[in-house]
Design a protein around this ligand. Sequence first.
Ligand code: URA
Length: 236
Amino acid sequence: MRLQKYIALCGVASRRAAERLIESGRVTVNGDLVDYMGCEVDENADEVTVDGKVIRPEKRLYYIALNKPKNYVTTVSDDLGRPTVMELVGDIDARIYPVGRLDFDTSGLLIMTNDGGFANAVTHPSRKVDKVYIARINRQLEKDELMRLKRGVEIDGRVTAPAGAEALRGKVPEVKITIHEGRNRQVRKMLEAVGVEVLGLKRIAVGGVTLGNLPEGKWRRLSDAEINKLKGSGKK
Ligand code: URA
């Protein structure tokens, strides 16, 4: 791209003002003074300085909610060649990545960002961020089974932390499970531990941010209020 455009992208000056910086001999590219118009730079390879200081493009931070369909992996690439969620956010011009994970066969709310601090804050176990799931199951749960889920059940040799478990009164048997841990296939294993079969699993909320009516396979930006909620959520 044009040098003056790059300088503007770095937030140093407007394009016009950048032209004046160039003309007045204050700009170098890879150590060489550039005081003429028409110089092109490669933003990924060239080093540009203004008044002796290296400048870099401003990093725009993205915070999005994706409604992940099932049969997508939540990794950036997949050795088995399965579809990845990255394919659903290809129209975003930044290297965003999933915050936490959802199983290949789970659908629903996946937060994605390019803000590493934010990703850590949301996924760190000490933050105890609540995640809410709806599981379609093969039969209604008994009261005592719901109690067991709430108190904790043993999976992989360790009892789960207290959770929310609420039977939903729909046409098909469903249960709403709220957990703050993030153990491998945790919700499926919890339900298997009380003897029901999981027919489908969907995440509907993370730290107070809800999926709402976002269509499957689509994404939306989080609002400032939602971002702040996630940054601060789970403080207990
Ligand atoms: N629990 C599961 O079993 N699967 C998920 O994807 C998330 C939570």
